[in-house]
Each structure stands twice: as C-alpha cells, then as structure tokens.
Write a protein that binds this ligand. Structure first.
Ligand code: NCD
Length: 317
C-alpha cells in the first residue's frame, strides 16, 4: 500500500504500480498452494478477519471467507439483515462493537460511498473495501488484472473495452484506475446516459458505438444495475440489448470476455458468449480467491516485502 495509506485498501488510489504487481505475484504463489491436497496455509493463524456486508454478495463474500480460512485466520460474517443494523444501529456503533473483538481486518461492503473510510477511522483494524456504493471495489480490480495477466501474459499495452452500465458501476471505476496504473488501455463503451460526465479524466477513452469493442484484446461486460437506477436510463432493456448486448457476432476470434458477475444472461451478455471458450468468468472467480488471499497476506505481514521474499515465505509456511 502507499505511504499515504499503508494499512487499508479503500480504493485503487491506495496502490502504487509496485503494490499492485507485488499482490499479483503473491497471488500467483498462492495459486500454486491451491493445487496441493492440503490447501490450508498456517500464515494467518490466530488472526481475525470480519466480513461486514450491508449489501448482497455471492462471489466477494464467499471468496473473502475462504481466502481467510485458507490462510488459517478465524473469520466472522456479519450481514446487515438479521443483525442489529435491522434495529437501526449506526455503522459507527456496529464498527465499535466489532472492534471490541479486536479484529485484524474488517472487510466491508456498504451501499454508501465512504463507509469503509468511516470504519477505518473508528477502529484499529486494517479495512478492505469490498464495494461502497458506486465508488470503489479495489479487490475486484486486482482480480481482474490478475485474470488478464494470466490469460494474456502481460498487462502493459493490453486494451480493454468495458461495455455497459458504467454510470452505476464501482467495478468500472476501480478497473479503469487499475488498468491505467499498470499501463493498459481502457475504453468505455455505453450509451451517453450510462456514462458519467468527465470520466475520461481517469485516463480512459469513451465510445457510444459497440463496434469499438472489435479493437480490444479484452471485452469486459458490466451488469445493468437496475437496483441503482432511479430513473429510466435506457428506453428499454430490449433496446439496450439490441444496441450494446455482447453477442457472438460482436466478439472477434482471439478476444477474451469477462464479467464480474452476477450476469444478466440475455441482457448485457448473450448466454452463448458467457458459456464460450472465450469467457473467463469462472477464471475470474478463482482469481478472486487467490487475489483476496494475497491482499490479506499483504496487509497482515511485513508490507512491501519484495515478491521473491514473499513467495519464499509462502513456500516454507
Ligand atoms: C459487482 C459488485 O457488487 O460491485 N459484483 C461483484 O462484486 N462481483 C458487480 C455487480 O453487482 O454488478
């Protein structure tokens, strides 16, 4: 993590290029450990990782849970529904309650931008942002970088077309920043109503034409986030699909296709593309596990260890 924020991963802005590359290298070392019959490493024995989820999640929550367990940490999950959050407890009070258990890491997903920052200020734990509103989702960006690097063998100069509902997507914001950080090119492809104004300032280009995806190495499809849409941003989902749906006819041979999940099959992505050999969707899920292991490892062991040293620590663990 950067000098500014070595203790937390609240956004991609907390990472230098070296940080990102070190985490990806550590993830690769950890991936090898998953091929063993005994998949558990003792590295984080005695540590406590709390997953505090105020929004629904399948992949992110399950992979953080499993990541912590594979490194031998204790884990706890607190979901908003069924907890005192239902009774109106404030985020700060919930954070202070959890802090009484002395957690080493709090992983938080919350609908409000900045919620992870609030928890970081209220507790002594390392905080990882697992998604705050439309803002950031840094571990998703790292797992996507890892997936691309493993599939294409490089990140520098790779071109990624991100297609869909950019306006409501924390995944898109984090991924653009991460791609720029490692020297890859990002183009955002969406109707004007689904592109935040001025997003080019992040260092990407924009296009309103689906034809643009033909030039990319990677087609990254975003979910239409109906739950975040207060108004009609597209005339109809059918029209969106006709103009921007990623169909077999729009994917060129040699391209790979990614999606963070959950997919709306038949809306933003044609099932034949989702299930094709070009699809890296399940690879992304596997990457999520090893990258989240690497993030926990990076936060809880000597930060800034050169990756070769980190790898040897993992080998002897
Ligand atoms: C994303 C999220 O929740 O931000 N999903 C995920 O973490 N894999 C994207 C989405 O919900 O569309």
């Amino acid at each position: 993590m950067t000098e500014r924020n070595r203790r937390h991963l609240l956004g991609v802005g907390d990472l230098t290029r070296d940080d990102a590359e070190r985490i990806l290298d550590t993830a690769r070392g950890l991936e090898r450990s998953l091929d063993r019959e005994l998949k558990k490493l003792p590295t984080l024995r005695g540590r406590l990782v709390v997953n505090l989820f105020y929004e629904s999640s399948t992949r992110t929550l399950s992979s953080f849970e499993l990541a912590a367990k594979r490194l031998s940490a204790d884990t706890m999950v607190l979901r908003a529904s069924g907890s005192s959050v239902d009774k109106g407890e404030s985020l700060r009070d919930t954070a202070l309650t959890l802090a009484a258990y002395d957690p080493d890491v709090i992983v938080i997903r919350h609908p409000h931008i900045g919620a992870p920052h609030l928890v970081a200020g209220a507790t002594a734990a390392h905080v990882v942002n697992a998604g705050d509103g439309k803002h950031q989702h840094p571990t998703q960006a790292l797992l996507d970088l890892y997936t691309i690097r493993e599939a294409l063998g490089r990140l520098d100069g790779v071109s990624v077309a991100i297609v869909g509902d950019v306006l409501h997507s924390r995944v898109a914001r984090s991924l653009v920043e991460a791609l720029v950080l490692v020297g890859a090119d990002a183009v955002l492809v969406a109707p004007p109503t689904l592109l935040p104004r001025g997003i080019e300032a992040l260092g990407c280009s924009v296009s309103h034409s689906i034809e643009t995806i033909a030039d990319a190495d990677v087609v990254y499809v975003l979910r239409m986030q109906a739950e975040r849409m207060e108004a009609a941003y597209v005339p109809s989902l059918r029209e969106y699909t006709a103009l921007y749906g990623v169909t077999p006819g729009r994917v060129r041979p040699g391209q790979v296709v990614m999606h963070p999940g959950p997919m709306n099959r038949g809306v933003e992505i044609d099932p034949r593309v989702a299930d094709s050999d070009a699809s890296l969707v399940t690879t992304q899920v596997r990457s999520g596990l090893v990258v989240r292991m690497a993030v926990l490892y990076d936060l809880l062991t000597a930060p800034g260890l050169p990756s070769a040293v980190a790898a040897s620590v993992l080998e002897v663990a």
